[in-house]
Design a protein around this ligand. Sequence first.
Ligand code: GLC
Length: 691
Amino acid sequence: MRATVSPDGRITVRDADGAVIAEEAAPVSWTADGRAVLRWRIPPDAHFYGLGERAAPLDLRGGVYVNWNTDPRTYGPGDDPLYLCVPFLLVLLPEGRGAFGLLLENSARSWFDLGRTEPGVVRIEVESPHPSPTPLRGEVSCILFFAPTVAELVERFTEATGRHPLFPRWALGYHQCRWSYYPEERVRRLARDFRETYRVPCDGIHLDIHYMDGYRVFTWDPRRFPDPKGLIADLHGQGFKVVTIIDPGVKADRNYRVFREGLERGMFCRYPDGRVFIGPVWPGNCAFPDFTDPRVREWWGDLHRDLLEAGVDGVWDDMNEPALFGEDGATIPGPVRHNLDGAGGDHRVAHNLYGLNMARATAEGLARLRPDRRPFVITRSGWTGVQRYTAHWTADNRSDWASLRQTLPMVLNLGLSGIAFTGSDIGGFEGFATGELFTRWLQMSVFFPFCRAHTYFASHDQEPWSWGEPYLSVNREFIQLRYQLLPYLYTALWQCAQRGVPIVRPLLWASQDDPTTHTLDDEFLCGDALLVAPVLEEGATRRRVYLPAGRWYDFWTDDVLEGPGWIEAEAPLERIPVFVRAGAAVPMGPEMDYVGQRPTDPLTLHLYPPAEGQEGVSFLYEDDGETIAYQRGEYLLHRFALSTGRLEWTTEGDHNPGPRRVEAIIHRGAGQEPVRLEDIAPGVRRLDHLI
Ligand code: GLC
């Protein structure tokens, strides 16, 4: 595929045979109100993906999507825009006619009309940062990415815009949140419930806004949390990590250090006449730091010192679209000025960059203050490239089945937009989850990178035990399974940090030639080996599952199935259909209550032999899980090449996982006892007599 530019500046994209697959329909034009209009003729049967966080199907064709980060208060399928937009569009033409990506570089409000108004035309409109009739020429910029597959396009795109860092391993544990756990005694009871009463594994306890003193960021409520350091030390003693919420709004209160300091040092956003912009959020009237200013980012980052000294492990950046109280979509007014890293501009161009830069300030601050530890930050808002700094969650959805169903395509398109460490509020945020809804949501989410239950202030308890049996046992088993899968999930995270490969991928990722996968968004791949088909309907105890070409093993029964084709799979409450790609080696560890409670001992390699004459290659990545020593070569990368007759295991890197047992379990199909091999080691092992 290649692009050519005609003498009038129009770009034409052709496939390898020279056929036109996309062309600019006309040079950029302008609407009366100053919007730049770009029109691309793209065949009407093209599929579209990406665009960040969209409550839409995986294939975005036929929709109009706005790029303007917005707090919708709560949302359901079809609501647009949401908290995090990425103006990166992936275009896939069916029948092997190619794929390409288009990134709009402008940060002003924009619209992507994907064939709704004019079939066969992608219409992109970009708001002018200057009122009409000031000409915009030269201010609209797109980057085209070319690669034969969506998978390679995402690699190229993340090469250009950045990839997730290797988050600490505990980030992959189970997290529990609500708005809000307080006072201190409630948090201690939550910890006891996990460790003693119900014995459910958990790593992260998240403190929502009530831990603060009158919602003043970087403070603690002295009555609810009189001794944060003591509390966090005790939680650490039980293996928990603590994540605290931070909002951008700084309470306008002259007796409050952060506000006084910010005012004196000129850290807040101002109107062109120099007045500080003040708007209402949780604490009442607030000033808003201008995170697009490097000086402000440094100041803000350093403000996390006290939280870290109290022992806080991670930071949750919220409300950073930024959202204000008032009418829907309220935010900082357009004329308010921003530094924009020296370029200067107003909120109309800085708005979409606000959350990204808050997340950046936070992550850079944590890295500076605690250079030996990897920062863990999650953000609600963001923009192209926010993955360099943080993880993300899909925020204020609803506790209903439609929202559960919606979550999966959202997470898939976020991954294709470079933002791969994501998940949704398990059980849903607003409303009241039933035991069944929570369990089904959790069963899907244990295969998502970010696995956190959360709910809003007025809801009932939403913990894994809140509905009693049979839900508690099923929830516990699935969370335990996640902990056993940690070696596998951490390897997928490493691949993501290395190459931008999302952890949760649509089936088309590995089967782009199969048109059925182009719109399939109720099942997904987790890492290289697993295909997961969550249950998304109330009362369902079976579901249809599409298996793409190749041999698959049923994860629960070892049944061997051949794709491509549809199957009917059993899905009683205690199970969702999961399949393993033949040829895979899936590394698993022992059960544990929290990440790092014990070493990965034994390390169990589940081997799923490929069809005769084929070979599968799998990886296992290990390091200390916390520091940045891996950047100096202290990691251990295992490569497993598996064929029917042979396993070849090689390693690379200096990390020493310590003495441990390594065993292999060879899965041989339903009705056949798996073969267990004790004490295996790197090298070549013949397996033909075993299969
Ligand atoms: C926002 C967040 C939600 C949080 C609430 C209170 O709505 O999206 O997760 O619980 O604010 O802080």
